[in-house]
Design a protein around this ligand. Structure first.
Ligand code: GEK
Length: 240
C-alpha cells in the first residue's frame, strides 16, 4: 500500500508512532524515505553469510517487518544458527510474524515483541540495528551497545545503520536538502515531507558518525567503520 499518511494538512501533528497505520504502508514508506534501504538490506544478507557462526544466534533488533532478518535467513550457511527478530511495536510484530511464519528458511526466525533495552542478548555472532538506535533515547544508547558488545562471541559483529548529522553545518544542510530532493523524486510532496519531519522531531534523534564511533569504542568495540553512505543515511560495521 502507498504511504499517504502525511499527504493532507494535519491540524496538530502528533509524535510519530509505529502503529497500525504505519505498519500498513511501511514497506513503501521506508523504501521511499531511506536512500539505499534495499541495498543495505541485501548487504546485511551478505554480511550474515560471512559472519554467522555455527551454533550461534543472529539478532535483528527493531526488526519492523523483518526485512533484515529475512535477508540474513536467506544467506546464512553456518549450521545450527537461529535468528531472533525483536520489535516493541505490537502492530509491527503481528504483521512481521504473518510475513515470516509461512516461509521455510534453513535458519529459523523467531519474532519477539519486546523493548530491546531490556531484551536478553546471548551467544550472538551478528547483531543488526538497522535504523533502530536513532529511536532509542540518547541516554540509553551506551548501555544497550555495551550489552550487545558483551554478549557477542569472539569474532562477532554489530551492523549499525543510522540517519546521520554532519559535523559541518553547510555539509549538514546539503545532506538534508539532498534527502528532501530524494523524497520528492520518490513522489512525496513538500507538505508530506514537512509534516513527516515535524512528526519525527524528538522521536528520531540523529547523531554524527564520530559520536557513534566514540560511543561504540566506549562500549568496548575494537573498530567501527562505515561500509555504506547515501546522503545522510549510513551503515557501519563494528567488530567486537
Ligand atoms: C528494517 N530494522 O526494515 N525496542 C524495540 N524496537 C524498537 C524500539 C525499542 N525500544 N524503539 C523503536 N523500535 C527495520 C527498520 S524502523 C526504522 C527499523 C524507520 C522499533 C520500531 O517499532 C520500528 O519498528 C523500528 O524500531 C524502527 O530494516 O522506520 O525509520
Amino acid at each position: 500500500m502507498k504511504d499517504s499518511i502525511y499527504a493532507y494538512p494535519i491540524g496538530e501533528i502528533s509524535a510519530f508512532k509505529f502503529d497500525d497505520n504505519v505498519v500498513s504502508v511501511f514497506p513503501d514508506m521506508i523504501q521511499r524515505s531511506v536512500p539505499g534501504y534495499s541495498t543495505i538490506i541485501a548487504a546485511i544478507g551478505l554480511l550474515a553469510k560471512r559472519y554467522a557462526q555455527p551454533d550461534s544466534t543472529c539478532y535483528d533488533l527493531g526488526c519492523s517487518l523483518g526485512a533484515a532478518a529475512l535477508a540474513m535467513g536467506a544467506q546464512i550457511e553456518a549450521e545450527n544458527c537461529c535468528i531472533i527478530a525483536v520489535d516493541s511495536s505490537d502492530a509491527m510484530v503481528a504483521t512481521c510474524r504473518k510475513n515470516i511464519e509461512p516461509l521455510t528458511v534453513k535458519t529459523s526466525i523467531e519474532v519477539v515483541c519486546a523493548d530491546i533495552r531490556n531484551f536478553a542478548i546471548q551467544n550472538a555472532s551478528i547483531v543488526v540495528l538497522n535504523f533502530t538506535l536513532q529511536f532509542i533515547p540518547i541516554n540509553d544508547r551506551l548501555a544497550l551497545l555495551k550489552r550487545i558488545h558483551d554478549n557477542l562471541l569472539p569474532g562477532g559483529v554489530l551492523i549499525l545503520s543510522e540517519k546521520l548529522n554532519a559535523d559541518d553545518e553547510r555539509q549538514n544542510e546539503l545532506q538534508i536538502d539532498m534527502h528532501h530532493l530524494f523524497k520528492k523524486t520518490q513522489g512525496y510532496s513538500d507538505l508530506e515531507i514537512s509534516q513527516k519531519r515535524a512528526a519525527l522531531d524528538n522521536v528520531l534523534i540523529p547523531e554524527t558518525f564520530s559520536q557513534h564511533q566514540q560511543r561504540l569504542q566506549q562500549a568496548g568495540f575494537s573498530s567501527a567503520e562505515l561500509w555504506f553512505q547515501y546522503f545522510n543515511f549510513a551503515s557501519l560495521i563494528a567488530f567486537k
